[in-house]
Design a protein around this ligand. Structure first.
Ligand SMILES: Nc1nc2c(ncn2[C@@H]2O[C@H](COP(=O)(O)OP(=O)(O)OP(=O)(O)O)[C@@H](O)[C@H]2O)c(=O)[nH]1
Length: 626
């Protein structure tokens, strides 16, 4: 006989922690987390089928368009076990959807700390990929119980038996323990929900102790101010409490608290193990720092919970408004974005070529692209972004040290040693492409650390690589050399001393600071030649001859010339049709909008991006989209 349901049992604050299951879904990108989350929302009945839309939890436009998750999301769902010996047992599931891309790994690790269990989701047509491994290791470090799940079993190409073996080999256990589902058709998802309740442990905490809750996300909402997402570890937070942020010591009046299911629902309290939100009317997310501990002011906890590591920017790029008068607007826009994105860093800088702008620090290229796109789209700004670079530490002969986030700041004095950041990279590839991957990594100054066969035809290669060598187009190259089959994950791993030099690019004999780059000595010549050649193609002819030179210090290492002449768009237009002529001239004006005057030379935006793609591909596109 199933137990009689208790109608109040699932209300926030009254939930017996024994009924709660906090879990997350971790997976390689595109293996179907968001789709599975959608099915769960539907099957647990928290979203009305009529209001269901794909990627329900991805709220940002960019997330939907690109089909990727950027911010983590937490949602509360009731579930009653359907079958088996514990049939009828009621539970409250808190699911935390996490992003899959390497740039956002810090979001994943934060979410993991708020869970007891993780669903390791693997595409049954693809098998284990690099981020499957990276996320699995993160989950193991956090002592999470792991349920292996194979997704997309509806696909004709699915090979669940093969990959169940691989997974069992990886995490131990029996291939039969892998749960098989299809997020698309819903097959197996109810069984998975039952297993979540059965296998994951409920949270443990001291209900009578002073309240301690961990902030795992903090978001700025235009209407409500900062919304802080917490998981309660000990004690209880009530709607009328005054809360205290333990690291800052600040006290705030609580205006509202509640749970997300999947819209915000007010509650009276949040108890042990519960996941919910707090609103205090504060307008600045820095007042509510991710990783901080929230307690109650009149009965504060004495010790804070262990926090998270602050995300550290890995890649820097300059952002400049095309129209100089947009500078204040750009500053405001960055201030607003920062509210939601603790990982974004920026400082004002001036460039001789580009005027006033900001040097911004990002987690990776995808992060850079997304911020750039949001600035253009949400704030209507026209921007030029300079080639991204990593952070260098330069030791001078006089014993001083300089941190260089912008190549144009590279010291002119006597340089003793230069240090660059390195990463530990893991590449998973089918056996056939091992040679191609090794060639690529070696070409990027990588050193092989180890190699393992995951199965007869999948190999894991471990390399250390300079970060500066992979932020440009490494990922695109990897994909194209392996027909899309290889996957990549990396994590910072200190720094190394290298022979690096600064290459300047001169347009019309004037150095353009925005094109300067720091590259390895052996690659400086190739770099200079390819940039000069690329700029020659990208910069339109002007009314005078423009030499393009690449130089190390005073030594010119490459030269190209753009011949004089204005492009006459009307040249082919013999007839007297004025409207046609006007149209052509309008079109030309349109094209000119995205040009920047550098000295006397007009330079299009593409030219600034071109420096991104190093050598081989040369298509001027930023790499590392996925
Ligand atoms: N055939 C089939 N396709 C699926 C299934 N689950 C997901 N997909 C498709 O796989 C693609 C990726 O799914 P998402 O749910 O967006 O993947 P994700 O892992 O959340 O991606 P990120 O949020 O970017 O990490 C989409 O095109 C889905 O339609 C499934 O069970 N069967």
């Amino acid at each position: 006989m199933p137990p009689t349901p208790d109608p109040g049992a699932n209300l926030p604050g009254a939930t017996d922690p024994g009924r709660i299951r906090n879990f997350c879904i971790i997976a390689h990108i595109d293996h179907g987390k968001s789709t599975l989350a959608d099915r769960m929302l539907q099957l647990t009945g928290v979203v009305d089928p009529r209001q269901m839309r794909a990627q329900y939890l991805d709220r940002m436009d960019i997330e939907r368009e690109r089909g990727i998750t950027i911010k983590s999301q937490a949602v509360r769902m009731p579930w009653t076990i359907r079958e088996g010996d514990r049939q009828g047992e009621q539970a409250v599931l808190n699911m935390i959807d996490t992003p899959g891309h390497v740039d956002f790994t810090y979001e994943v690790s934060r979410s993991l700390a708020a869970c007891e269990g993780a669903i390791l989701l693997v595409d049954a047509a693809q098998g284990i990929e690099a981020q499957t491994l990276a996320n699995l290791y993160l989950a193991m470090e956090n002592d999470l119980h792991i349920i292996p799940v194979l997704n997309k079993i509806d696909l004709p190409a699915a090979q669940p038996d093969k990959y169940a073996e691989e997974l069992a080999h990886l995490i131990g256990g029996d291939p039969g323990d892998c749960i098989r589902v299809s997020g698309k058709t819903g097959e197996g998802v109810e069984y998975l929900l039952d297993e979540i309740v059965r296998q994951f442990k409920p949270p443990v905490g001291d209900a009578d102790a002073p309240a301690r809750a961990m902030i795992f996300d903090s978001v700025y909402d235009v209407y409500r101010g900062v919304v802080t997402y917490v998981r309660v570890i000990d004690g209880r937070i009530e709607a009328r409490d005054k809360i205290k942020m333990m690291s800052l010591g600040t006290v705030h009046e609580l205006l509202e608290l509640g749970v997300v299911s999947p819209e915000m629902e007010k509650a009276r309290a949040l108890g042990v193990g519960e996941v919910g939100y707090l609103i205090t009317g504060v307008k600045d997310v820095r007042q509510s720092r991710v990783g901080d501990t929230v307690t109650i002011n009149n009965r504060p906890a004495s010790e804070a919970l262990g926090g998270y590591k602050d995300p550290k920017p890995m890649v820097y790029s300059g952002l400049y408004p095309i129209d100089g008068s947009d500078y204040p607007a750009l500053r405001d826009a960055l201030d607003k974005l920062k509210l939601n994105d603790a990982a974004l860093n920026y400082e004002p800088e001036t460039s001789a070529a580009l005027g006033f702008g900001f040097r911004c620090g990002f987690l990776g290229l995808l992060h850079l692209e997304i911020i750039g796109e949001r600035l253009e789209r949400e704030f209507g700004l026209d921007l030029i972004s300079t080639a991204p670079n990593v952070v260098y530490r330069v030791a001078l002969e006089d014993g001083t040290e300089v941190t260089v986030t912008n190549p144009s700041e590279y010291p002119t004095g006597k340089v003793a040693e230069v240090y660059e950041p390195v990463v530990r990279a893991t590449v998973l590839t089918p056996n056939d492409y091992v040679g191609a991957v090794m060639e690529l990594c070696q070409g990027r100054r990588g050193s092989l650390q180890g190699m393992d066969y995951l199965s007869a035809d999948r190999v894991e290669l471990r390399y250390t690589l300079p970060l500066g060598e992979i932020i440009f187009d490494f990922f695109d190259q990897l994909k194209s050399r392996t027909k899309g089959y290889a996957s990549l994950d990396y994590e910072p791993s200190g720094e190394q001393q290298s022979d690096l030099v600064k290459v300047d690019i001169l347009l019309n004999s004037e150095p353009v600071d925005a094109f300067s780059a720091i590259v390895h000595k052996d690659k400086a010549y190739n770099y200079g030649v390819s940039i000069a050649a690329k700029l020659q193609k990208l910069i339109p002819r002007q009314q005078f001859e423009v030499p393009i030179q690449a130089a190390i210090g005073n030594r010119v290492i490459a030269r190209e010339t753009i011949r004089a002449i204005r492009k006459d768009v009307l040249a082919k237009c013999y007839g007297g049709d004025i409207s046609r002529k006007r149209k052509l001239l309008e079109k030309q004006k349109e094209g000119k909008k995205r040009m920047k005057m550098v000295g006397r030379v007009e330079v299009p935006q593409e030219a600034f991006i071109a420096a991104l793609s190093t050598g081989d591909s040369g298509d001027g596109k930023a790499g590392g989209k996925k």
